[in-house]
Design a binder for this molecule. Sequence first.
Ligand code: S3P
Length: 182
Amino acid sequence: MKKLVLIGFMGSGKSTIGELLSRKTGFKFLDLDWEIVKREGKEIAQIFKERGEKAFRKVEREVLKELLERKENLIIATGGGTPAYENNIELINSKGTSIFLKTDFETLWKRISNDEKRPLVKLGKEKVKELYLKRLSFYERAELKVECEGKGPEEVAREITSKLSLNGATDRTSPKGQEGQT
Ligand code: S3P
């Protein structure tokens, strides 16, 4: 069973592109943050506030592991920090296909700076930029890296399905004579 795992900083469009990919492939879409909220019965910001980021990262790891073990084809949108903690990037790469949605920091900041639901945004632009720079080396370990700057979600989703040969099929097997093509 395939797992396509979207990684990238806050605001990079993981959920939007995940939904589009789900429609194109027929794979179910799951959002890691939302699965955490469901399991804990609390918003992410509330978990950060009451139990701290460290506790959040533990839950995040557990839920990620559980999703990657499911016996179904899935598109999973991770949280912006997911690949940078608890060896999660190794886990993701061992169980699925990681896809990095690459976007410039200034574009991301414009999208996230007014979002109250993202607790880390409160740290301010400089600190958030530091986080972004620190995380790039984790994101860069993705199997597929997609440049998203200047592109709409539909274009990005199309690029992904084409690069992974996933166009319009739930569980596509290579047509005869096409094996080995990328
Ligand atoms: C976080 C990103 C959030 C969420 C939490 C922490 C991060 O997800 O997991 O607020 O560390 O960057 P999004 O990338 O979906 O905003």
